[in-house]
Design a protein around this ligand. Sequence first.
Ligand SMILES: [Zn+2]
Length: 151
Amino acid sequence: MPVCEMCGREGDILKAEVEGVELNVCFGCSKYGSVKKRGYASISRSFEKHSSKEEPSFQVVHNFASLLRSYRERNSMTQEDFAKFLNERESVVAKWESGSLKPRIDTARVLERKLNIRFVEMDTETKQVDTKKKVSHEFTLGDFIKVRKRE
Ligand SMILES: [Zn+2]
């Protein structure tokens, strides 16, 4: 999982120039700088290419890693076999199972159909996440100022 260089939050990361320094930041922190590569207009809440304002937001289920691993174990497959079965690289499957990597929504949908397991859910925790985000950004901004003073 990529990590925001400003607040340490894991998730989708944007490249933004903050006070002349190029940083990999989350969407929340990107407002403190100017986003490179992607314009503000094209940024959606979840950063998924397929989501738009009309569509509800989707996310990969939180227990994706354990669902995937238990499916493989039930079917007595090695990670190598499983990777071949899923038509994915073994290293990717290993990361999925360890939870260090989550698939994109469209990839998760392909896996859903293949394994007949629900991997994508509606993002119903948006409110909760927003609250957390706010708190962490208050902390972050102070932190960032400290970093700047040191320079
Ligand atoms: Zn951040």
